[in-house]
Design a protein around this ligand. Structure first.
Ligand SMILES: [Zn+2]
Ligand SMILES: [Zn+2]
Length: 256
């Protein structure tokens, strides 16, 4: 089982529950050595009480997490981070945020402030998403790509053009010595029928086949929105069963 998890939320985003310290205590109980908090980053002009931390509360979040990092330092290695979305016009802001925390993971859910990929996603959107993720990597904002297959929530098929977009992301991951996440939360959305058979929307087998072929480094991300999720260690095995036949290059330690 993985001894680290860099993908954890808190009550601040409005769609997660539980006290900060409950997440930490569950992580210790579950045998994690490193726990990274990666709350959904707030943006000026994009407040939504059910999606992400309010823009004006980002610093208070960092401050509290650094206090907890100190408080629990003898029991677990806490890391203070955010899950961010890349938008070209937010580059200066994102670079500034990077200075204020330990790490950032890119979790691209949206094309812009109005269009979320899970609400409908065409091939051109997938290409656009790929560019956003590649820019985030090449700008050195992150070395961790969360749920690269998230867009499948808004799409009925995974075609050759989408495969090329994923391959471009894989190349950017490799040239930046970054990693891709196999997201364990995605299985909760259930399976759908595709031309290739029944599959989870994400983590999506056809996407991970490309990731395996490209030899990218992979880690599990619990994407915990409830403290108890950190105790569900069987999710790793369940996900591996889904990825049967793929030579995925899991790493056993990760520094971001
Ligand atoms: Zn979330
Ligand atoms: Zn997340």
């Amino acid at each position: 089982m993985q001894t680290f998890n860099y993908h954890t939320h808190t009550v601040r985003c409005g769609h997660a529950v539980g006290d900060d310290e409950e997440y930490i205590k569950h992580a210790i109980q579950a045998g994690f050595k490193t726990l990274g908090f990666s709350e959904h980053l707030g943006y000026d002009g994009w407040d939504d009480p059910q999606e992400r931390i309010p823009f004006l509360e980002v610093d208070a979040y960092f401050q509290r997490m650094y206090e907890l990092k100190e408080k629990y330092k003898d029991q677990i290695d806490l890391r203070v981070g955010v899950e961010f979305e890349f938008f070209e016009d937010q580059l200066a802001y994102l670079k500034d945020v990077k200075q204020r925390c330990d790490y950032m993971i890119v979790g691209q859910h949206a094309r812009n402030f109005d269009h979320y990929y899970d609400h409908g996603c065409n091939d051109e959107d997938v290409d656009f998403m790929a560019e956003q993720v590649i820019r985030a990597l090449d700008e050195k904002l992150t070395k961790y790509v969360a749920h690269v297959d998230y867009f499948m929530l808004g799409k009925d098929d995974f075609n050759s053009r989408n495969a090329q977009a994923i391959a471009r992301i894989c190349d950017a991951v490799n040239r930046n010595d970054a990693i891709l996440e196999l997201n364990l939360k995605g299985m909760k959305y259930g399976k759908k029928i595709y031309p290739t058979g029944m599959q989870y929307m994400y983590p999506h087998y056809d996407v991970f086949k490309i990731i395996a072929d490209k030899g990218c480094k992979v880690v599990f991300g619990y994407d915990a929105h409830h403290p108890k999720v950190l105790l569900e260690r069987n999710l790793e095995e369940k996900a591996l069963e889904e990825m049967q036949g793929l030579q995925l290059h899991f790493v056993d330690s990760l520094e971001l």
